[in-house]
Design a binder for this molecule. Sequence first.
Ligand code: SF4
Length: 345
Amino acid sequence: MRWENLTLESDHSRADTALFGADAVVTRTFDTPEFAGITFHEIRARSIINRVPGASRMPFEWTVNPYRGCSHACVYCFARKTHSYLDLDTGLGFDSQIVVKVNAPELLRRQLSSRRWLGDHIAMGTNVDCYQRAEGRYRLMPGILAALRDHANPYSILTKGTLILRDLDLLKQSSEVTDVGISVSVGFVDPELWRTVEPGTPAPERRLDVVRTFTEHGLGCGVLMAPVIPFLSDHPAQLRATVRAIAASGATSVTPLVLHLRPGAREWFMAWLGRHHPHLVRRYERLYADGAYAPKWYQRRITRQVHDLAQEYGIGPTRAGTPRRISEPEPTEHAMTEPTQLTLI
Ligand code: SF4
């Protein structure tokens, strides 16, 4: 990292000590347009492999999350609530106050070497995106992937970040010694919707280019079609356009997931909806009247439509000519684990 480009804000560091305790290192801003308005809280984590609680519905038991907060700034992001555990704002604060575990690679290497670690699968991208913009500066993932490769430890990654292609060689090396699953999240391909609801992410077409590149390099890559946003991206023509684009990218699978509106995300999303699509507010209040999830009938309808389209366009594990040297991760979305629920090994 080129530390001479960094600005040290010592006043904020005192506040960080209160927020993060003795693990707080320093708060920085970068004087570049890419990071305008973003503050980074660098901490030295005490543990980096997190255990998902037994009661979790998640299909994995262990996670690694080098960041908290996400500049991809998806309005619907389920992880927003986790920022409140740090006394940080779950709206703009989640998008712009990024916690960076600067010692993640060395800590992971040490924990993988522990006799207590049994080499189980590790899921990444389960809370926030590990290939968000900050990763371009901090470069934590190459060290993390190298440690996993050296220990032949199976893992999976879910991302919206095109930056993952920077680590293509490390992913290939890992796939030669262990099971690696890669999944890219693309819920829709509508450019207008993308600009307003996922303003900090690479465009859906660029994300599908990531899938295409992995495919060309013989690495299978699935697409998590998430979220499908009721009344905004669920028209049959929109679903068809999305699945058709996913098929054209060479994805080995497509898994639809309808929008969840958990506390933290719900308030932020509904405020956005009121500004951009006020006529839909009442319909959303009815659809999500019972809580965070859309009704089962709605979820089933979307799943059936997407599966039918996937069949029509030939997406699936048995698709002819699709390499599967990298195994598929189970379908999840960012923020399916919450840091405060995790037990550190
Ligand atoms: S949904 Fe994923 S990419 Fe979007 S802000 Fe949340 S963690 Fe980041």
